[in-house]
Design a protein around this ligand. Structure first.
Ligand code: GLC
Ligand code: CA
Length: 551
């Protein structure tokens, strides 16, 4: 029987390169993660989403897999992996593997075979097209800049790569290829993993000739087939990275009766600070009313059907305190605001490593400081297109993926306690002030706010199942909503700004003790709320708010 345990769970994402190095080579590894399991147990999380640890030439830091059955040597061995699964299990933590099956590395044996000739059985595992009038088959572009087609001079054919040229797309129309993927997934399920996070899964049904990439016609057929042949037999969680789905499409992925995935991980709220119709690098300020609208649409749409992930951060996003909060004066307060706002919503919350201590973006101003292939390719493309370096680095410092990938800041020792050697990426120089050791000592730290939220979710079915209702829809700086379940109603209010803000949410005087907050106040009067910058609280109401209550 399936228990849907993942509806109550909180997930913590680890980017292994940056989490903890155990042997001084400057690269995080599996033994490093094992050393830090007690820390994660203390935080209270149920699941680790482990970014890829398979063998990879690291063109895209592991999202280009050259062997699905082997552990990347710099991360450790298969024994280390088994040990991690077991040690995590002892602490009631499940390991969810990141699974990249839209593409492989160009160094994967399948691709090496595929290039040997059109008659090779593996040729059709990938997407090949003949040149059209001596040129690319069409103008599909790669997410990492430039054409999505690369010419192979031996075969005189182009292969498709929606990401880098070292990430050729698999051809999901090939049944044999699909069976090989399912076999590999079963290998991992047999090892006892808690499920899969499925990288860019919405792309596997692509029809390149029609320039259809996301949500292709056979996508759901493939997912149902995969479910049937692999994880459908196990009580595990599966989360699909779905970049561009609508709530209606999300239901197709995640409604229980469709036997596809447990939940989607969608990004509609993550594109609100980019210019419409342009790329992530074309910045615009966030409008809070847009954010409220988008998050609320998803809360309502998946209420009875389907399941959503809740997140502000991952390894592809900048740090939320720097992005939409205040990384200076109100760093702790705004980080707690984000935590409370998100964790009291419906869905499965994800914490990205370092978020629980309020880690911030880094500032770079030279190409040599970049590691991320997406940023590096954009840098060259935009420089050539005439953008100034200042402009390019403004985009990179605001949105670049390296912001999320700097070393986990453990303590004040050199390299933030991440490594005793030379780290693969620079440490954020603020680690003296922002680190896990400091957070653990301070009972008012962001860490303990997350810990409290995780416990609240475990103890209150209202958080998991309650109805959601947005209040003050058009208020430019207040984000307020209620959750109601079995006669109980909670109110969550956040001042999403640096200004002190007065509001009244009721005609009656009240004196409510907060269930959680980021201030020292002992009680809240809804008739007369004076909220300090980023002040956020949740209270249980004595009666549901009436529509007339809200001004
Ligand atoms: C996903 C991953 C990202 C990776 C890309 C290609 O979006 O999250 O890190 O670069 O897929 O695999
Ligand atoms: Ca190491």
């Amino acid at each position: 029987m399936k228990s849907n345990w993942w509806k109550q769970a909180v997930v913590y994402q680890i980017y292994p390169r940056s989490f903890q190095d155990s042997n001084g080579d400057g690269v995080g590894d599996l033994q490093g993660i094992i050393q830090r399991l007690d820390y994660l147990e203390k935080l209270g999380i149920d699941v680790i989403w482990l970014s890829p640890v398979y063998q990879s030439p690291n063109d895209d830091n592991g999202y280009d897999i050259s062997n699905y059955y082997e552990i990347q040597p710099e991360f450790g061995t298969m024994e280390d992996m088994e040990q991690l699964i077991n040690e995590a299990k002892k602490r009631k933590i499940k390991i969810v593997m990141d699974l990249v099956v839209n593409h492989t590395s160009d160094e994967h044996p399948w691709f090496i075979e595929a290039k040997k000739g059109k008659e090779n059985p593996y040729h059709d595992y990938y997407v090949w097209r003949d040149p059209v009038e001596g040129d690319v088959p069409n103008d599909l572009t790669s997410v990492f800049s430039g054409s999505a087609w690369t010419f192979d001079p031996q075969l005189e054919q182009y292969y498709l790569h929606l990401f880098s040229k070292k990430q050729p797309d698999l051809n999901w129309e090939n049944e044999k290829m699909r069976q090989d993927i399912y076999e590999m997934m079963n290998f991992w399920l047999d090892k006892g993993v808690g499920g899969f996070r499925m990288d860019v899964i919405e792309l596997i049904g692509k029809v390149p000739d029609e320039k259809v990439t996301a949500n292709g016609p056979r996508l759901h057929e493939y997912l149902q087939e995969m479910n049937k042949h692999t994880f459908g037999q196990h009580d595990v969680m599966t989360v699909g990275e779905t970049n561009s789905v609508t709530p209606e499409e999300a239901k197709l992925f995640s409604s229980e009766d469709r036997n596809e995935l447990s939940m989607v991980f969608q990004f509609e709220h993550m594109v609100l600070d980019q210019q419409i119709g342009k790329s992530k690098w074309d910045l615009k300020p966030l409008n809070l009313t847009d954010l409220k609208k988008v998050l609320s649409i998803w809360q309502s749409a998946l209420k009875d059907e389907g399941w959503n992930s809740l997140f502000w951060n991952n390894h592809d996003q900048p740090r939320i305190v720097s992005r939409w909060g205040n990384e200076q004066e109100y760093r702790v307060k705004s980080a707690k605001m984000f935590a409370i706002l998100l964790h009291l919503m419906q869905g499965t919350p994800y914490i990205y490593q370092g978020e629980e201590i309020g880690m911030t973006n880094i500032k770079v101003n030279d190409l040599s400081q970049l590691d991320d292939i997406e940023s590096i390719n954009m840098y060259h493309e935009r420089l050539e297109a005439g953008y100034s370096k200042e402009e390019i680095f403004r985009s990179i410092n605001t949105k670049g993926r390296d912001n999320a990938r700097t070393l986990m800041q453990w303590d004040t020792s050199e390299q933030a306690g991440f490594t005793s050697g030379q780290p693969w990426l620079e440490v954020n120089e603020n680690y003296d002030a922002i680190n896990a050791a400091q957070a653990l000592e301070d009972t008012h730290s962001i860490f303990y706010c997350y810990q409290q939220l995780i416990q609240m979710r475990k103890n209150n079915p209202l958080i998991v199942h309650g109805d959601y209702q947005l209040l003050l829809e058009d208020h430019p700086t207040i984000f307020a909503y209620t959750r109601s379940y079995q006669g109980e109603t909670w109110l969550v209010v956040a001042n999403f700004s640096e200004e002190t803000t007065d509001i009244a949410l009721s005609d009656h005087p009240t004196s409510l003790v907060p269930l959680i907050s980021n201030s020292e106040k002992e009680n809240y009067d809804l008739q007369d709320l004076k909220l300090s910058p980023y002040e956020t609280f949740a209270v249980q109401l004595e009666r549901p708010l009436l529509s007339g209550d809200v001004k």
